[in-house]
Design a protein around this ligand. Structure first.
Ligand SMILES: [Zn+2]
Ligand SMILES: [Zn+2]
Length: 382
């Protein structure tokens, strides 16, 4: 299959600005995200193609190289011998712009001298935590299928250290430089050594456990602590716990655990502060009441509603919200009072309320005054 032009993939012109490239990527990646197209088996390869184009064009160095050489770059595929592998970007990343960090490390190995050194890929795992966990934080354990250095060969891919030798034609550099005469010019071409495929080493007998890759997928248990009051979407970084580098040479990537906080049954959250709505019947608003609800700190939440409360009034309960992240203490809880109106009152109820109508209603002559008073009050509170 011939590779499509990266600019064509992102549907942009060749003189596009960096900002426009980002915008184009976001739009296309959202449209083609596999999660959004579960019935379209091609969306995954389209998504990957868009990612690859973005990875190259969003990197100033790589974009310049691509503009000069196209897909046939000297020094081989910029993503290493395996080509572009795609990254695990969620729809949420695309909306929040958190996808940039995925692309920033792709080419870090490209500038290193000598035989190909690479950095293992970063890995992103998603993890859900219950809302209640925000109160005190806590320990979590996940089991992930991750690439690790092969146990048998220690990551170098050879059956024994004696089975590795330096590649003679390239002197272990992994690259060869050819000088060609093009018209009046001497042109230097750097390319992957065909003898060792750019590796710089010759392995006479590959490790049988990993078939020479130096890496194995293994299920690994990881423990991490969730800080109290953590934000939804926070990424915990575990340095060097991502994929090991190819051939055991180079740094392992990082592992990120992105936390998604489950919704609470009734609280909305604004940082450390919590907001909830409390529906009350007319008698409770009129006469006052006390309501008790279970709370995230395991102490019942006591809400004292004073007599004469009105729907739309708010009550502030100080210091019972979530812990602040960077300072001591906790946020507050705001309780918004609502009025519960039965939707299907019985005949009997209607009759009884009807009997109270005269006592509880605003008299016709007073309506205008009440409207005026309400407006005044509303403006004063604004
Ligand atoms: Zn070689
Ligand atoms: Zn091995």
């Amino acid at each position: 299959m011939t590779k499509r032009d990266y600019y064509e993939v992102l549907e942009v012109s060749r003189d596009v600005s960096d900002k426009e490239i980002k915008g184009a990527f976001r739009t296309l990646a959202r449209k083609n995200h596999p999660d959004k197209n579960p019935d379209d088996p091609d969306s995954e390869s389209r998504f990957k193609e868009i990612q690859e184009a973005y990875a190259v064009l969003s990197n100033a160095d790589q974009r310049r190289r691509y503009d000069m050489f196209g897909h046939e770059q000297p020094g081989g595929n910029p993503f290493g011998s395996g080509g572009f592998q795609g990254v695990n970007i969620s729809m949420e990343d695309l909306f929040n712009g958190g996808f940039e960090s995925f692309f920033s490390n792709f080419f870090s190995g490209a500038t290193q001298r000598g035989a190909r050194m690479s950095r293992g890929h970063d890995v992103l795992a998603h993890h859900r935590i219950p809302f209640e966990m925000l109160q005190n934080g806590g320990e979590r354990e996940v089991e992930l299928e991750l690439l690790e250095a092969c146990e048998d060969c220690g990551g170098n891919g050879a059956a024994s250290p004696a089975a590795i030798s330096s590649c003679a034609p390239c002197g272990g550099e992994g690259r060869i430089t050819q000088t060609r005469k093009v018209g009046p010019f001497l042109q230097q071409m750097v390319s992957d050594c065909p003898h060792c495929m750019g590796d710089g080493r010759i392995i006479d007998k590959p490790c049988s456990a990993c078939r020479g890759d130096g890496r194995q997928t293994r299920s690994r248990k990881l423990r991490f602590s969730v800080p109290p009051g953590v934000r939804d979407g926070t990424r915990l970084r575990m340095s060097g716990k991502g994929e090991p580098a190819h051939g055991g040479r180079g740094r392992a990537g990082d592992l990120y655990i992105q936390l998604a906080v489950d919704d609470h049954e009734w609280f909305e959250r604004d940082g450390a502060d919590l907001l909830m709505a409390l529906p009350l019947g007319y008698p409770e608003l009129l006469l006052g009441t006390t309501v008790e609800l279970p709370h995230t700190d395991d102490e019942p939440l006591r809400i004292v509603v004073p007599a004469g409360s009105r729907p739309g009034d708010t009550l502030l309960i100080g210091g019972r919200g979530l812990p602040h992240r960077r300072m001591r203490g906790r946020g507050d809880i705001t309780v918004l009072l609502k009025m519960h109106v039965p939707q299907k009152p019985s005949k009997e109820t209607k009759k009884q309320v009807e009997a109270l109508r005269e006592k509880l209603s605003i008299l016709e002559d007073d309506v205008e005054d009440e409207v005026r008073r309400e407006a005044r009050e509303r403006r004063r509170n604004r």
